[in-house]
Unconditional design. Structure first.
Length: 117
């Protein structure tokens, strides 16, 4: 039986690789979505924010990325503008995001994903 588990994944990220290894160890057959190759749309991001229980899109952002500073996002208060920035620059999206059914967690550290199993 295939698990209803999707991981927003960057193969260059050690935390993502750790999450994949942990899921494999637990026998979870997850699908891996390389969001840097095919950026998620606005609807996908809004859905994931809801699954994570986040009101502020910044909770899903990698605020240490150069593009965050370059775009002046620290001063942005508009939710839609922050979401649009992630759609246009998927490197801003925190990773890995593990989605299972109607719940999601950010796998930092990878052990956090055990909350979904």
């Amino acid at each position: 039986m295939a698990d209803d588990t999707t991981v927003w994944f960057n193969p260059s990220c050690s935390k993502c690789v750790g999450a994949r290894e942990l899921l494999a160890e637990k026998g979870v057959d997850a699908s891996y979505y390389e969001y840097l190759q095919e950026a998620p749309g606005r609807e996908d991001l809004v859905r994931v924010l809801g699954l994570l229980g986040f009101d502020d899109p910044r909770q899903l952002m990698r605020t240490g990325e150069a593009v965050y500073k370059d775009l002046g996002l620290a001063d942005v208060t508009d939710r839609d503008e922050l979401i649009d920035a992630m759609v246009a620059n998927p490197i801003l999206i925190e990773r890995p995001i593990v989605i299972r059914g109607d719940k999601a967690v950010i796998g930092r550290p990878p052990d956090r994903l055990l909350e979904l199993l």
